[in-house]
Design a protein around this ligand. Structure first.
Ligand code: NDP
Length: 281
């Protein structure tokens, strides 16, 4: 793993290069807010943007990428198929809608947003079809546990390349990460900063003081040193810059263990086995 600067990538199980650090845009408003955030991020060297149809900002993401003077092949775009669009045909339609909104002719990574019971295997088959057509460079899932991945693997041809899950110092789930590395599935962190709820933690503050960094930077560096792709969200230029300024120090193994030990199985979002209630479905 080369982590010398923001251009560092991980090689997915199909050979595609995915940048370790990206910009999340959940809750970034469509229009100027998301466009400005992406403009700033691209200028600061980010080349990876994580959106979803559910975020209702794919148009803004697409416009920001279109006006940036950067070759499409240099930008890694992730989007996701939402709960209401699952099943084979619906997924194909949702993909076309996302592609049109994003103003691109392929997606780098298409993810199942949540594994809808009785539908996610069919959804996965549509993802395999899109992948075979070359309209998406990599496919994966979000919000899955080992049993979801085993179900997909048992009924499909192509293994997920990425698992994007809630991951931060309060929700480490090391056995699931180990399962993914054993099965060559890249683990990716959503809500890496726990939406700001863990930034005052004394363990993180102590490490931050040592390196003259912020606690957000310590968490992002911890993600990267654990080999986890991370997509902190901000719409503020100073924070977008801060979150990428993590390549001039290295945490010790002891510090990594101390952060791992903050795990308390606490979530900001829904549990992968109970999300339908969370979204009132
Ligand atoms: P994050 O953990 O990235 O936290 C984002 C919050 O932290 C925002 O309120 C942001 O505020 C603030 N923040 C960002 N940087 C800093 C900083 N350096 N110092 C202090 N505060 C900071 O949460 P998200 O839930 O947004 O997760 C990241 C991304 O993961 C999402 O944007 C989305 O792309 C993806 N995601 C995927 C999910 C899935 O189901 N697959 C679910 C949820 C998220 P501000 O913007 O005001 O700066």
């Amino acid at each position: 793993m080369i982590l010398s600067d923001i251009s560092g990538t991980t090689t997915l199980n199909n050979g595609i290069e995915m940048p370790y650090l990206g910009l999340g845009v959940y809750k970034a408003k469509d229009g100027n807010e998301v466009k400005n955030a992406i403009h700033d991020a691209l200028n600061l060297g980010y080349r990876h943007i994580d959106t979803a149809s559910f975020y209702h900002n794919e148009e803004g993401v697409g416009e920001a990428i279109k006006i940036a003077e950067i070759d499409r092949s240099e930008i890694f775009i992730t989007t996701k198929v939402w709960i209401d669009d699952q099943g084979y045909e619906n997924t194909l339609k949702a993909f076309d809608t996302s592609l049109n909104k994003l103003l691109v002719d392929y997606i780098d990574l298409y993810l199942i947003h949540w594994p809808v019971p009785n539908l996610y295997v069919e959804t996965w088959k549509a993802m395999e079809y899109l992948y075979a057509q070359g309209r998406v460079k990599a496919i994966g899932v979000c919000n899955c546990l080992e049993h979801h991945l085993e179900t997909i693997n048992a009924q499909s041809v192509i293994k997920p390349m990425v698992l994007q899950n809630e991951f931060h110092p309060r929700l480490v789930q090391q056995p699931l990460i180990d399962y993914c590395s054993k099965n060559k599935i890249q683990y990716e962190a959503w809500s890496p900063l726990m939406r700001g709820k863990i930034l005052n933690n004394p363990t993180l503050q102590k490490i931050a003081q040592k390196y003259h960094k912020t606690t957000a930077q310590i968490i992002i560096r911890w993600d990267l040193q654990k080999g986890i792709v991370t997509i902190p969200k901000s719409v503020h230029k100073n924070r977008i810059k801060e979150n990428a300024d993590v390549f001039d120090f290295e945490l010790t193994q002891e510090e990594i263990q101390n952060i791992n030990a903050l795990h308390s199985n606490e979530r900001t979002g829904a549990h992968p086995d109970h999300f339908m209630e969370h979204f009132n479905k």
